[in-house]
Design a protein around this ligand. Structure first.
Ligand code: GRF
Length: 261
């Protein structure tokens, strides 16, 4: 069962956090959101988080019109959203672990993926941005309700894909002695850390780097690249929706006698 927090006025209120020291950029954010509403139309965006949510914070700072934040476990990211007055929903993966097998308790990935899609779909979400989301979603998420989320889920990964997919991308790059790594923003598909690449940016590996220092420098880049790429993606979606509306209007226009088209 999904747990939600509502917000009487989802986009009002200060945002930021003690962790970043950013607080109360209300007027700047309001201005960005107004501008966002013009650029992005009414495309409803959800962000999925599991961890510290620093990339979510960057999205909010950039003025992205985030309508909903979802998580698979209690995490700081949910608090960031709640502080910003954004609706949150917790669809706990622990609720989908059960049964027994030789290898222990089994996670019902398909059941969880369907449930999450239904929760987001029920709130009118059209585009999903994963930002440190810790559950791999299977095909049933993308294909839910006639493929609602096919091609509509974005992800950011801390490596230059296809190099170093998986959970330990930063550690793997260091272990491989790579001279550089970076980040990749891509359209997510059921295969993990695969799908059409939208943007990439290299980050050099410095002498003495460990997993934490390298990951932090990569995240600094992700905090710029991901919001900008999502904004461009939303604009394209809004443009497509406007094009569809215009086409429908043309199709609905009554034809004049003898008129051909
Ligand atoms: C990012 O590096 C992202 O690429 C990876 O998880 C990290 C999320 O960081 N998938 P945060 O929780 O937003 O700080």
């Amino acid at each position: 069962m999904a747990q939600t927090t509502g917000a009487a006025c989802p986009r009002a209120g200060a945002y930021g956090s003690e962790a970043t020291g950013e607080r109360g950029h209300l007027s700047r954010r309001t201005a960005l959101l107004e501008c966002g509403a013009r650029r992005f139309g009414a495309v409803r965006l959800a962000v999925l988080v599991s961890g510290t949510g620093s990339i979510l914070e960057a999205m909010l700072r950039a003025g992205l019109p985030v309508d909903l934040v979802g998580a698979d476990r209690p995490c700081r990211g949910l608090g960031i959203a709640a502080d910003a007055g954004i609706e949150t929903v917790l669809v706990a993966r622990s609720d989908w672990v059960g049964g027994s097998s030789d290898s222990g308790r089994r996670f019902d990935r398909e059941g969880y993926s369907c449930e999450l899609a239904a929760v987001l779909g029920g709130r009118g979400v059209e585009v999903v941005a994963m930002a440190g989301f810790g559950t791999v979603l299977d095909g049933s998420f993308f294909e839910w309700s006639g493929g609602r989320y096919r091609g509509r889920v974005l992800n950011t990964h801390p490596s230059l894909l296809p190099a170093f997919p998986g959970w330990h991308a930063v550690r793997d790059a260091l272990d491989a002695g790579a001279a550089e790594s970076g980040c990749t923003v891509h359209v997510a598909i059921p295969e993990v850390d695969a799908g059409p690449v939208l943007a990439q940016c290299a980050v050099p590996v410095l002498t003495g780097d460990d997993e934490v220092t390298l990951h932090e420098r990569i995240k600094a880049v992700e905090r710029e690249l991901y919001p900008a790429t999502i904004a461009a993606f939303l604009e394209r979606c809004a443009g497509e929706a406007a094009g569809d509306d215009a086409r429908r209007e043309v199709e609905l226009e009554p034809r004049q006698e003898g008129q051909t088209r």
